[in-house]
Design a protein around this ligand. Sequence first.
Ligand SMILES: Nc1ncnc2c1ncn2[C@@H]1O[C@H](COP(=O)(O)OP(=O)(O)OP(=O)(O)O)[C@@H](O)[C@H]1O
Ligand SMILES: [Mg+2]
Length: 287
Amino acid sequence: MRDQAERLRERMQQNNHERKTKLITVTSGKGGVGKSNFSLNFGLGLNEQGHKTVLFDVDLGLANLDVLMGITPKKHLFHLLEPNTTVWDIIEQGPGGLEFIAGGSGFTQIMQLDEEKLDRLFTQLNPLQGYAETIIFDTGAGFSNESIRFMLSSDEVILVTTPEPPAITDAYAVIKLLHSRNPAITIRLVINRVTSDREGKMTADKLAMVAKRFLNMDLHTLGYVSDDPQVSKAVKQQRPFLLTYPQAQASKSIRNLVGCYLENSTMTDLSTNGLKGFLAKLKNFIR
Ligand SMILES: Nc1ncnc2c1ncn2[C@@H]1O[C@H](COP(=O)(O)OP(=O)(O)OP(=O)(O)O)[C@@H](O)[C@H]1O
Ligand SMILES: [Mg+2]
């Protein structure tokens, strides 16, 4: 454990402390549409391109990112409250060099911490600022109070849906809810499990049209991911599909999408409030 902490600290010192960290929350309306698979493989794809990404498992029900990676986290977020434990001790090494932090079963607990403990926990997270270029929070479906607070505190929300009408309807309900809380919120759509780009575009257009018409809101589309049997195979093997099946349709989709994300991110990065801004907002929601 010490070795790992030392290694991380060294790497941290090589990093540009001035660099802003962008915070993204991945959510959906309906459950089971592919948020965790997307978060994991998108994070890996960003890392592959040299864009340092740390993944955070915020799923309040079953923590499933670790299952998808086939690893058992030794520590989780709440260990930060223990003496002599730093953020470098709770970062787990996932496959393909992807680093991730397990939320444990404790994210609801955050909301119940007293002021002093909450401050301690958040201060302990500060060194991540500048260490990662992007932090991705993988949440459960979007209607829990905790997920909403994460979304409203992030720089942007990635909303995952499939082309199936119940998933689209629930995705719109999340958009409406978020818009009512912050009309300026940035939401980017990922249409997962598409059988063609055309189907992806039609789904995204449908949501964008409704959001424009009823909320006067501009939705952005990040991209589409193919419906691909290799995804389920990789899940069963507890390995990310991007690593196990790099030539799969779904892996190609992710790489495409990562390319689009990186092309656009120089512009959006300027507007990020960084990790400190995120934690300050989250704290306001908790208190
Ligand atoms: N692109 C895809 N092609 C084929 N199957 C997929 C794809 N994405 C996800 N799946 C299937 O959907 C299942 C659920 O995916 P995942 O666990 O990522 O969803 P989730 O939205 O995180 O679920 P939860 O709401 O429970 O957190 C996967 O185990 C896989 O079988
Ligand atoms: Mg999940």
